[in-house]
Design a protein around this ligand. Structure first.
Ligand SMILES: [Zn+2]
Length: 397
C-alpha cells in the first residue's frame, strides 16, 4: 500500500512530494510518479512534520470519553493526589479503555509516540499497568508506547510499592519512576536508592517526577546525579518537571547544569500552570537533552490539558515569552525529535527510510504551525492515514 503526499513542505522547507510505501518514507522529490494503486493526498503547501511525541503523560488516569467531571481538588500536591484516588475509586474506570481512548485522542492530534507514567500502588497493585500494557499491545502498529512504573502515592511511605514497581519492570515497563523523594517520601536516600537499585538490576531507564522547589529540588538533583555516575547510568536518567531549575539563583543553576550535562541526565517539561519551569533555551544551549509532554490530560488533576503537542509547544513558548522563529522551533523540537531521542526511536524523522509517522499542518512554517496549532489536516501512523481534518478515522474504542 503506497501513498503519495503531493506538494507539501517537509519541516517548512521547499515544496516537494513525499512517497510512503510499506509504512516507511521511500521517496522525496519534485513531481514523483504516482503509479496505479498509489493513493494521492493533496498536501496543498502545508507543513509536513514527523509524528508528535508526548513523552510525559499519564494514559491510565484520563477521564476522556466519560461525562464532564468538574474539578474538585485542593491546591496542594497532596490534595491533588488524594483527591485523584478518591475520584478514580468512585468512577471505577477501566485503565485499558481509558488509555485506549487517550491514544486515539492523541493520534487525532498527530501524536504517534508516547511515554506514559502509570500508577503503581498498594491499593491498585498493577491494575493500571496491566491496562496500559494491553493498550500498548493493541495499538502497536499505530503508536509507540513506553511505560514508566510510577509511585503516585509515594514509595517509602507505602511499603510494598517498590516491590510492585520492580514487578512491573519485570513484566515490561521500560522505565522506573519516582516522585519527590523529599516532598512526598521525606526519605530521599531511601527512595532514590530503591529506584536506582531496580534500574541497576534490570537495565531499565529512570524518570523521576520532581516538583520540589528551590534548594529541596536542587539537593535532589545532586543526589540523582551522584547515583547516576556511581551506577554508570549516564544517558538513561530523566528528571521530569524539575521546577527548581526555574526557581534558584544563577550560580546554583549553573552548577546543576554542569551536573546534568556531565551525567547526561535529560529534563522533561510540561510547561503550563503557575509553577516555574526550567529555562529551556539556556539548558538546550548547554547541551542538556530536553523533551516535552502533556502530563495528565483531562483528569482529576485538572481539565486544562488537552493532549495536543503542537499546543504544548505553543505553551512552552508562551511560558518563556519566546517569540523568534528559532526559539519557537526549539519548543517544537522538544515535542518531536527531543522526545523521540528520549524514547530511543531510531527510525524517527522525515528522511527516506524513516517510519511514516507524519502530520500535515495548514501553515507556512513550523513556527506558524506551533503558534496557531490548527486541527491537523492529516495524520499518518506507520503509513496508515488515521485522521483527516482534525477527525479520527479509527473506530472508537
Ligand atoms: Zn506527570
Amino acid at each position: 500500500m503506497a501513498t503519495l503526499i503531493r506538494q507539501c513542505r517537509p519541516r517548512g522547507e521547499g515544496i516537494c512530494d513525499v512517497l510512503v510505501s510499506d509504512g516507511r518514507i521511500t521517496g522525496k522529490g519534485a513531481d514523483l510518479a504516482a503509479d496505479g494503486g498509489v493513493a494521492v493526498i493533496d498536501g496543498s503547501g502545508c507543513v509536513l512534520l514527523p509524528g508528535l511525541v508526548d513523552a510525559h503523560t499519564h494514559l491510565d488516569k484520563t477521564l476522556i470519553g466519560t461525562p464532564w467531571h468538574p474539578h474538585s481538588a485542593g491546591e496542594r500536591l497532596i490534595d491533588l493526589i488524594t483527591n485523584e484516588r478518591r475520584v478514580l475509586t468512585e468512577l471505577d474506570l477501566d485503565p485499558a479503555l481509558q488509555s485506549r481512548r487517550m491514544v486515539h485522542h492523541m493520534l487525532e492530534r498527530g501524536t504517534t509516540a508516547i511515554r506514559s507514567h502509570v500508577d503503581i500502588g498498594t491499593d491498585i497493585g498493577l491494575r493500571h499497568f496491566h491496562g496500559v500494557a494491553a493498550t500498548r499491545e493493541a495499538c502497536t502498529d499505530l503508536v509507540a508506547i513506553q511505560i514508566v512504573a510510577f509511585p503516585q502515592t509515594g514509595m517509602m511511605i507505602m511499603p510494598g510499592v517498590a516491590d510492585l514497581m520492580e514487578q512491573a519492570v519485570k513484566e515490561g515497563a521500560e522505565v522506573v519512576g519516582g516522585l519527590d523523594p523529599v516532598g512526598i517520601d521525606r526519605d530521599p536516600k531511601g527512595q532514590l536508592d530503591a529506584i536506582f537499585a531496580i534500574a541497576g538490576k534490570h537495565g531499565c531507564e529512570i524518570d523521576i517526577h520532581l516538583h520540589d522547589l528551590g534548594e529541596m529540588g536542587a539537593i535532589t538533583i545532586d543526589m540523582i546525579a551522584k547515583r547516576t555516575a556511581a551506577l554508570g547510568l549516564e544517558g538513561k536518567v530523566t528528571i521530569s518537571h524539575a521546577f527548581c531549575l526555574g526557581d534558584i539563583d544563577d550560580a546554583r543553576l549553573d552548577g546543576l547544569i554542569t551536573l546534568l550535562r556531565d551525567n547526561d541526565i535529560a529534563i522533561a517539561t510540561c510547561g503550563a500552570g503557575h509553577y516555574p519551569i526550567p529555562p529551556i533555551r539556556k539548558l538546550r544551549a548547554a547541551g542538556i537533552r530536553m523533551f516535552a509532554g502533556s502530563d495528565g490530560v483531562r483528569d482529576a488533576w485538572g481539565p486544562l490539558n488537552n493532549g495536543d503537542m503542537l499546543e504544548r509547544a505553543y505553551q512552552l513558548a508562551w511560558h518563556g515569552d519566546t517569540r523568534d522563529d528559532p526559539g519557537i522551533e526549539t519548543m517544537l523540537d522538544l515535542a518531536t525529535h527531543g522526545g523521540a531521542q528520549a524514547m530511543g526511536l531510531a527510525d524517527y524523522g522525515l528522511d527516506v527510510g524513516c517510519r511514516a509517522d507524519l502530520v500535515l499542518v495548514e501553515a507556512e512554517t513550523p513556527a506558524e504551525a506551533v503558534c496557531y496549532h490548527p486541527p491537523r489536516r492529516m495524520v499518518m501512523a506507520g503509513g496508515r492515514v488515521v485522521a483527516e481534518n482534525g477527525k479520527s478515522l479509527l473506530p472508537a474504542p
